[in-house]
Design a protein around this ligand. Structure first.
Ligand code: ADP
Ligand code: MG
Length: 672
């Protein structure tokens, strides 16, 4: 152990940031805001907080807060820093992400998502807890980071004792500096090796298959070591590539061993950590990652990068009126970052699975900041509750399109979170108390009103955790059969409730809740994700606390599940659809055709009701409604009348627009 520690300390000293430590710390001491630019892997994320901690002799007056745009990074980096400091995670060094708090009274260095720090400004508007705030990975330009920029700029004007450090892995620093009144920019000298880049001659039909072939070719031709990093877009294509690679390896005769490691945000934390472990002697590590490996996490020893050219991006879809994760081409800046991952330890190679022409002609030079491409509902509500009534006067680094702001205000008005003048209502204030998207908060508030808050807490918690039903490769039939027993034909929301209640009642005997051992066995038997269930219980507990703080009752409706469906309808009436034929539905809101997702309880029970509301849309070849619940059209009239008639009057629908009349008919019924 002592030698492992010595090794870690030696590694710390070799990082590029170490050689400039004194100058950097002086700059931070002397300036309220400093922007730091350095290559990925130069040591910004893991070292800065430690330097400040050491500089203040382990007792900064307030905490050192360090924000990350991604949950995975916040957890992984906190763990790494705790290891480097030789302390147990959660003591001096901790992290907070939504629904998960690994900090204590002792915590001096706190890693967190940018969303967490933003929420903290609700209760601590001056961020008095902190002496230092490091806004890490600012180049990612996540929505929350962008809002924090505006909020922090005001706070540093008032708090002379606060130090803000902004870090970036790219050269866009002058923009950050200008935003903070031309604050100093510090460059960490880079130490990178040349990377040869190769383009595809033609655009592959299937980038996942192309990636697999490229990995196999490198593995067969190039000597071990020399690890490979493959950039895919999300859990699905990552698992597919990992699975196919394992199959192809079996076809080869005595190849060198290959360690295949996926990494994406929903992956279990212990599996995530594996990417940092060195591979066994004589074998090659292949990491298949989302763009989390672009700048957030640095893995050493990568010699080859394979770049699919795509990523999943949250994008506002005007047609359906909500955010969707869409497959998008990356920007040229991202492509360069990805390639750079191959040149950290020595000269490397990058294989781009797209043509040079596509790179120069089709890829944008830089990425569009999230604030300009996503819906802003929860941010608008948050800013309103911070007392920023005129959003257009807020200091944005890049302003959101005004029609997005208007659209978000309309959404919030629909949920009664804003009044007709655009002011935040009491309902809106209660919604902000929950760390949830406004419609999910609306569901809890409706449950409290209708007397089924307990059930709604469970449903919202289940919607907030990763996959509940497991479908392991090779056991598809067994897992499908196991799942069928839980399905509630008319509702996916109720199906979640059903699973949770069965899980809870399975071992009521132990007073401390579900004993993990019984729980794990039960979950295995039913192909249910035990980790997700435990998380759901934890999330539920936290939401219940908030409900209690708001003074709302947490009643249960027992077996009266119609009340639960009503509650779902009251919060989601604006995402309603009416059946059009045997398989298809029409959205009442925007009139587009859509289908029930094949994974839904409704689809699997063969029960397609006339009206339903859905939690979200998933776009593949078709538009699929995922997580659906049958509703009574009378409820839609009751809860949605204002919305549908409002939309009708503003859009002046033509009488020939038959589908759209469905919404109008509904309202007319109400009038009659
Ligand atoms: P930057 O933020 O400048 O991109 P980091 O501080 O994230 O740099 O990384 C510095 C070094 O620490 C890298 O060489 C990286 O490989 C190493 N490192 C970071 N996290 C871990 C981890 N969990 N395990 C092992 N090494 C890590
Ligand atoms: Mg970093």
């Amino acid at each position: 152990r002592a030698s492992a520690l010595g090794e870690i300390q030696e590694k710390r000293r070799q990082l590029p940031i170490f050689s400039v430590r004194d100058n950097l710390m002086r700059l931070i001491r002397e300036n309220a805001v400093v922007v730091i630019v350095g290559e990925t892997g130069s040591g910004k994320t893991t070292q800065l907080a430690q330097y400040i901690y050491e500089e203040t002799r382990g007792s900064p007056r307030g905490m050192i807060g360090c924000t990350q745009p991604r949950r995975v990074a916040a957890v992984s980096v906190a763990q790494r820093v705790a290891d480097e400091m030789c302390v147990k995670l959660g003591r001096n060094v901790g992290y907070t992400i939504r629904f998960e708090d690994e900090t204590s009274a002792e915590t001096r260095i706190k890693f967190m998502t940018d969303g967490i720090l933003l929420r903290e400004t609700l209760t601590d508007p001056e961020l008095d807890k902190y002496s230092y705030v490091i806004m890490d990975e600012a180049h990612e330009r996540s929505l929350n980071t962008d809002i924090l920029f505006g909020v922090l700029r005001d706070i540093v004007k008032r708090r002379m004792d606060l130090r803000v450090v902004v870090t970036s892995a790219t050269l866009d620093a002058h923009k950050f500096s200008a935003f903070f009144g031309m604050c100093p920019i510090f460059h960490i000298p880079g130490r990178t090796h040349p990377v040869d880049t190769f383009f595809s001659r033609t655009l592959p039909h299937d980038y996942a298959e192309a990636a697999v072939r490229q990995v196999m070719q490198i593995h067969v031709q190039a000597p071990v070591p020399g690890d490979i990093l493959v950039f895919m877009t999300g859990q699905e294509d990552i698992e597919a590539v990992c699975g196919t690679l394992a199959e192809r390896m079996m076809l080869l005769e005595s190849p060198p061993p290959m360690l295949i490691l996926p990494i994406y945000s929903q992956l279990q934390a212990d599996l995530q950590a594996k990417i940092f472990e060195p591979p066994p002697e004589g074998s090659r590590k292949v990491i298949v990652a989302t763009n989390i490996a672009e700048t957030s996490l640095t893995v050493d020893g990568i010699q080859y990068v394979i770049d699919s050219g795509y990523c999943k991006m949250k994008t506002y879809n005007a047609k359906v009126g909500m955010d969707m994760l869409l497959l998008c081409p990356i920007s040229q800046a991202s492509a360069q970052q990805r390639a750079g991952r191959a040149g950290r330890t020595g000269p490397g190679k990058c294989y781009r699975l797209y043509t040079e022409l596509a790179y120069t002609e089709e890829l944008h030079v830089g990425s569009v900041p999230e604030i300009q491409r996503t819906s802003l509902s929860h941010i608008v509500l948050l800013l309103k509750s911070l007392g920023i009534s005129d959003l257009m006067s807020f200091s944005f680094m890049d302003s959101p399109p005004s029609e997005n702001v208007a659209k978000s205000m309309l959404d919030l008005w629909t949920l009664s979170a804003l009044d007709d003048e655009g002011r935040i209502t009491d309902t809106g204030r209660m919604m902000v108390a929950f760390p949830l998207d406004p419609p999910l908060s609306a569901m809890l508030l409706s449950g409290a009103k209708l007397g089924c808050a307990s059930e709604m807490l469970t449903i919202v918690a289940m919607l907030s955790v990763p996959t509940i039903f497991l479908r392991p490769r090779g056991a598809e039939q067994q897992s499908d059969a196991a799942r069928e027993k839980f399905l509630v034909a008319e509702s996916d929301h109720l199906t979640f409730l059903h699973v949770y209640e069965r899980w809870r009642s399975m071992s009521r005997t132990s007073a401390a809740g579900v004993s993990t051992c019984d729980s794990a066995a039960w979950c295995r038997q039913h192909f249910i994700n035990a980790k997700s269930m435990q998380r759901a219980a934890e999330v539920r507990r936290q939401l219940q606390d908030i409900l209690a703080q708001l003074g709302l009752a947490c009643a249960s409706c027992g077996a009266n599940w119609e009340l639960v469906r009503r509650s779902v309808c009251e919060a989601y009436f604006w995402q309603a659809a009416r059946r059009r034929n045997l398989v298809e539905y029409t959205s009442l809101r925007s009139n587009f055709p859509c289908c029930v997702h094949p994974g839904s309880a409704l689809a699997n029970s063969g029960y397609l009701p006339d009206y339903l509301v859905y939690h979200e849309l998933i776009m593949t070849q078709k538009e699929y409604m995922s997580v659906c619940t049958q509703v009574d059209p009378a409820w839609l009239v009751e809860y949605g009348a204002r919305f549908y008639s409002f939309r009708d009057s503003t859009r002046s629908l033509r009488p020939s627009d038959a589908g759209a009349r469905s919404g109008v008919d509904l309202v007319a019924q109400d009038g009659a």
